[in-house]
Write a protein that binds this ligand. Structure first.
Ligand code: PMP
Length: 294
């Protein structure tokens, strides 16, 4: 992720990652209370553009507010610094990771002092580019009665690590987690869509992270005149779908080949997901003339 030359942004300054220090006596390390984002920059034909950067920093702020962490920064300024960070590291296509974490504090009360660190590195498609073998995880997503599921909080990712490790151990590429009502929720780091009879369906908000890519897919559906329905989706509906895909900033749009033992009957190349996959790529690369592209 970094080498001796890598520069990070830390509390208002650009410093070498290798020289930066953090305190070992903090709630973030001990109890998992930190808020973070995952953002992508793309080298477009115009310039390097950070896709939906404002929405990501807004979500970071909202995550902090939900869990009672201060957020003493101006997002416009952070956006400028993030572009500067890419320049300093000579990155064009990059994954960007801001994180807000606590000062030394061992209490169980939300911190009054926080730090912000932003780093970036080159990162290919997180789940690869082949259709995935997915299993239903034995682990449920954290539920809205035990935490703020819409906040992107470090501690929530223990659940993601458990689900992914279990999936890999059993020979799958990725896990799909259910919500507390046993409806489908999301992957360990991505939202899910299914296609049935020419329409797309995705779990409604409430038990999932409100993905920025999910919102983009919904926008694309409107532009492409694809009907999109947000609702609770059962495992039976999932397995009876024609096709399915995950979406997320790191994963982008990636097709699902099988769920447990069930193979989707529709060829990926014939699915709406495939159209969305190409449209998404064109959008992030700022080639937005859809009539020509699709
Ligand atoms: N769900 C979870 C649990 C995630 O970690 C992510 C990645 N941030 C997503 C969904 C997708 O969110 P986004 O499209 O904003 O990256």
């Amino acid at each position: 992720y970094y080498d001796s030359q890598t520069v990070i942004y830390l509390n208002g300054q650009f410093v070498k990652a290798a020289d930066a220090k953090t305190d070992l006596y903090g709630q973030s390390l001990h109890y998992g209370l930190a808020a973070f984002e995952g953002i992508r920059a793309y080298k477009t034909h115009n310039a390097t553009r950070i896709f939906k950067i404002a929405a990501h920093f807004e979500r970071l702020k909202k995550s902090c507010e939900l869990v009672g962490m201060p957020y003493p920064w101006d997002n416009k300024e952070l956006i400028k610094k993030t572009y500067r960070l890419l320049e300093k590291n000579n990155l064009k296509d990059a994954y960007i990771r801001p994180i807000v974490y606590s000062d030394p504090n061992m209490t169980l009360i939300a911190p009054s002092k926080v730090n912000i660190m932003i780093c970036a590195w080159e990162w290919g498609a997180y789940l690869g580019d082949k259709q995935l073998k997915v299993c239903i995880s034995p682990f449920q997503r954290p539920n809205p009665k035990s935490t703020f599921v819409e906040a992107k909080i470090s501690g929530h990712y223990v659940n993601s690590i458990l689900a992914t490790t279990d999936a890999k151990k059993r020979g799958f590429d990725e896990a799909l987690l259910l919500d507390m009502n046993e409806n489908i929720a999301e992957g360990s780091g991505a939202n899910i869509f299914i296609e049935k009879d020419g329409k797309l369906y995705t779990p409604a908000l409430g038990n999932i992270l409100a993905g920025i890519t999910r919102a983009t897919v919904i926008e694309l559906c409107k532009m492409l005149d694809v009907e999109i329905i947000e609702k609770n989706i059962s495992v039976a509906e999932l397995k009876n779908a024609d096709s399915a895909f995950f979406c997320g900033t790191a994963a982008e749009i990636i097709g699902i080949h099988t769920i447990d033992e069930v193979v989707y009957r529709q060829r990926w190349g014939d699915s709406i997901g495939y159209i969305i996959q190409r449209a998404y790529k064109n959008l992030v690369l700022e080639k937005v003339n859809y009539e020509v592209i699709i």
